[in-house]
Design a protein around this ligand. Structure first.
Ligand code: WQD
Length: 348
């Protein structure tokens, strides 16, 4: 590649969403530089991306975004023309215990990234945000991108909310900036090859990686947090979206930036909701055997139903999910069955 080759920088590109987005970008012909601190991922994953993308080299830099000079070093080596910013700590419960670590990593890291983008006249950004920026609404109505619904109840969610607002202020202050916030609902699934997937470094906080670990025998049973919610079967309802649908949405957003529309926000979800028990049942169909579970008290902070109104992303981005519940579970099961210990291939 020449010094003038344009690159997309993907921060957190070795993470769950980031890695699938990197693969989709490569598949669609983009040149990608991956930056990741490898705190919740590993270099093996990058080998697999190269194999799937059929490329010999993939620029990777182990970078801590809280060090602005490490970010500067990347921009000095490549002609970065746009950024997909996925790097973040994302465990809600952990953020309550370690708020400063979350503000430092997620907010200060983004401030550094934005500073270096401005220094290098890079003004196109896609930001990995989350439905967690919304206030809990017990009515269960589908969420639109309404500013009046903003107000997270966790430090993690607030890092995403504050980062969105910081980016909005930069777009207002700087000429020519375009930024798109993608508010994910509940990502799950895996690349259909079975080579890429979610690999939490500790016991999974989220439902589906936990269910997958029980299905493959690494954990003994699913703990269902409450069955007394006001839902079809009493268990929590969420809007699950296949990670490859999410990856495709990132590329659609990157293309949308060329239309120079300034600051935009899109919810990413299916618009449908599934309960915990329905997800367990769908995973049983995928793996072909029962998945044991026990019902326990509610997890603090959880609410009955959180689903997306996907109409804005459909109308403006031309994006809609194409992978349903069965595909999510089939792909998740293939990943977990082939990689019972995640990317830690030595231990399997
Ligand atoms: C889903 C449902 C639980 C685990 C979180 C973050 C959000 C986003 C997605 C990053 C709920 C139930 C869960 C378990 C269970 N992440 N559950 N047993 O809480 O909707 O969203 O992940 O952006 O920011 O808040 O996802 O997967 O934790 O829970 O019964 O072991 O499964 O009560 O109803 P959640 P989740």
């Amino acid at each position: 590649m020449s010094a003038n080759t344009p690159y997309v920088l993907v921060t957190g590109g070795a993470g769950f969403i980031g890695s699938h987005t990197v693969l989709e970008l490569l598949t669609q012909g983009y040149n990608v530089v991956v930056a990741d601190n490898l705190q919740n991922s590993c270099a093996e994953l990058l080998q697999r991306i190269k194999k799937l993308a059929k490329i010999d080299s993939l620029p990777f830099h182990k970078v801590d975004l809280t060090s602005i000079d490490e970010i500067r070093s990347i921009f000095s080596q490549y002609k970065i023309v746009s950024v997909v910013h996925c790097a973040a700590l994302k465990a809600v419960g952990e953020s309550v215990r370690r708020p400063l670590a979350y503000y430092r990593n997620n907010v200060t890291g983004t401030l550094n990234l934005l500073e270096v983008m401005i220094e290098n006249n890079v003004s196109d950004l896609v930001f990995s945000s989350s439905a967690t920026v919304y206030k809990s609404d017990p009515s269960g109505r589908p969420f639109k991108e309404n500013a009046s619904d903003l107000g997270s109840n966790s430090p993690y969610g607030r890092t995403k909310l504050y980062t969105e607002q910081i980016i909005h202020d930069v777009v207002s202050a700087e000429s020519g900036w375009n930024a798109i916030m993608l508010r994910y609902f509940n990502p799950t699934g895996a690349h259909e090859s079975g080579l890429l997937g979610e690999d939490p470094s500790k016991v999974p906080n989220n439902l589906m990686p936990y269910v997958a670990k029980v299905a493959v025998g690494k954990l003994d049973k699913v703990h269902v947090f409450g069955d007394d919610y006001d839902t079809r079967d009493g268990t929590g309802v969420r809007d699950y979206i296949h990670v490859m649908d999410l990856a495709e949405a990132h590329v659609a957003a990157l293309k949308r930036l060329d239309e120079k529309r300034g600051y935009e926000v899109f919810n990413l979800g299916s618009g449908a909701g599934q309960s915990v028990l329905e997800m367990i049942k769908a995973m049983e169909a995928a793996c072909g055997h029962p998945i044991p579970y026990v019902v326990e008290p509610r997890r603090s902070g959880d609410i009955d139903t959180i689903v997306c109104d996907p109409t804005s992303a459909e109308k403006e981005l031309g994006f809609r999910v194409t992978r349903g519940l069965d595909k999510m579970c089939e792909d998740l099961w293939r990943w977990q069955k082939n990689n019972p210990d995640g990317y830690n291939t030595e231990s399997s």
